[in-house]
Design a binder for this molecule. Structure first.
Ligand code: Z5A
Length: 204
């Protein structure tokens, strides 16, 4: 079973991924958890480049780098884990590219779709949880968490960018309501977790 988590930075999606991993572990399931971009040597190296503030990166280069990181991950980790029968929980996947590079950076959705399908090779989550929080709430959570750290290159993209990203996620939800589930992220962690578990239980 392949499940992904989506949301703007600071939405609480990583928190929910960990809670769901624990829930599966308590039930004896073998779990692989992954963050995107990352989880392979190449994908982590690309992550460092993408998040670094050392130089600007064009929108198209950004799209291609995220896609390169993803295809390495799909071919070397996700597909083999799914073939073994593991549950794969992924912190971001193709919907991040649609929301951030498509809606956020305003690249054409057609070019994003081409890259997403090349990179994912047909390997798609059965469920995606979009933890929806307003930008200001996410910002407050991030400031609380990283009061010492400087925002990375993508975090520095500004409120209008993140409003477009959020509206991109909501557009995906309207197009794919059975896979892409919108969860109200402005709730207690445990309430969100219970909502996610009830949906997973129905799909198992
Ligand atoms: N990106 C892209 O542009 N295109 C792509 O294709 C892909 C990614 C795959 C990766 O960042 C960046 O790459 C990301 C999108 C872009 N950029 N941005 N911006 P990352 O991996 O470094 O970070 P992230 O995924 O964006 O976010 P994160 O740091 O992992 O945060 P989160 O998962 O959204 O939230 P969290 O860590 O679970 O929680 C944040 C804080 O809120 C923390 O203090 C929690 O304790 C707190 N929290 C959690 N839940 C709650 C609730 N319910 N109430 C109150 N507080 C809460």
């Amino acid at each position: 079973m392949f499940i992904s988590f989506e949301g703007i930075d600071g939405s609480g999606k990583s928190t929910q991924l960990v809670l769901l991993r624990e829930w599966f572990e308590e039930r004896g399931r073998s779990i692989v958890t992954i963050r995107e971009p990352g989880a392979t040597y190449l994908s982590e190296a690309i992550r460092d480049i993408l998040l670094s503030n050392k130089q600007s990166i064009t929108a198209t280069a950004e799209l291609l780098l995220f896609s390169a990181a993803r295809t390495q991950l799909v071919e070397t980790v996700i597909q083999t884990s799914l073939d073994r029968g593991d549950v794969v929980l992924c912190d971001r996947y193709v919907d991040s590219t649609t929301a951030y590079q498509g809606y956020g950076r305003q690249l054409t959705l057609e070019s994003v779709e081409i890259c997403n399908s090349l990179a994912a090779r047909g390997v798609m989550p059965v469920l995606t949880f979009f933890i929806d929080v307003p930008y200001n709430e996410a910002q407050t959570r991030m400031q609380f968490e990283t009061s010492q750290a400087k925002p990375d290159r993508i975090e520095s993209s500004g409120p209008e960018f993140f409003e477009r990203v959020r509206s991109g996620y909501l557009a995906i939800a309207a197009q794919e309501p059975s896979r892409f589930i919108v969860i109200n992220g402005v709730q207690e962690r445990d309430a969100i977790h219970r909502e996610i578990v009830s949906i997973v239980e129905r799909r198992l």
